[in-house]
Design a protein around this ligand. Structure first.
Ligand SMILES: [Zn+2]
Length: 186
């Protein structure tokens, strides 16, 4: 099943959040999330809290791109720890809620989810990456000094985050190959 546009927006927001170079104000993070209908995702969160939260998004993406079963298992544990918040405490709002709904265009029964805050929306993004067959389409830019995360929705999967980084990466590879050739032929 392919991701809907709404789902793509959720996944993209997670990647954009992880890719933010530095968080100075809550506005930096809110910027990323304005596309997801809600005005203030960062309400009540300190810059420090937002940086820690970004650290978690990055950590989870690292586990995804590792493509190792053991890492995925640890990711599942981490995501579930978030999803289970408030499980035994009725005063705590669950981080993610799922409801059935009728699709406004197709009029078919469908489901929708809502998240309470960044933790919840990041957990949804992880579930969507796996359930929408995108896990092999999420990559970390191969340029060593970059390391930004990128998702390719269709077609050939990008291993660099931009055309510029692809060109730079290929240039570096060519230099490396030439060096290896010289060493082998000296
Ligand atoms: Zn890059």
């Amino acid at each position: 099943m392919t991701a809907t546009q709404d789902e793509q927006r959720i996944i993209q927001a997670m990647l954009d959040y992880a890719n933010l170079p530095e968080i100075h104000t809550p506005q930096d993070v809110n910027h990323v999330y304005t596309r997801l209908k809600r005005h203030d995702w960062t309400q009540g969160l300190s810059v420090q809290g937002l940086r820690a939260d970004q650290g978690r998004a990055k950590e989870w993406l690292e586990l995804i791109v590792s493509r190792r079963a053991s890492e995925w298992r640890s990711l599942v544990t981490k995501v579930n720890a978030v999803l289970r918040r408030g499980e035994h405490d009725r005063r705590v709002l669950p981080p993610v809620m799922v409801r059935m709904d009728i699709h406004p265009k197709t009029h078919q029964p469908t489901y929708r989810y809502s998240a309470d805050g960044l933790e919840g929306i990041t957990a949804i993004a992880v579930m969507l990456i796996f359930s929408r067959g995108l896990v092999r389409r999420v990559r970390k830019c191969q340029l060593p000094e970059c390391g930004r995360f990128k998702v390719t929705w269709s077609g050939k999967v990008w291993t660099y985050c931009t055309v510029e980084h692809q060109q730079e990466g290929e240039r570096l590879k060519a230099i490396k190959r030439a060096k290896a050739w010289r060493l082998a032929h000296d």
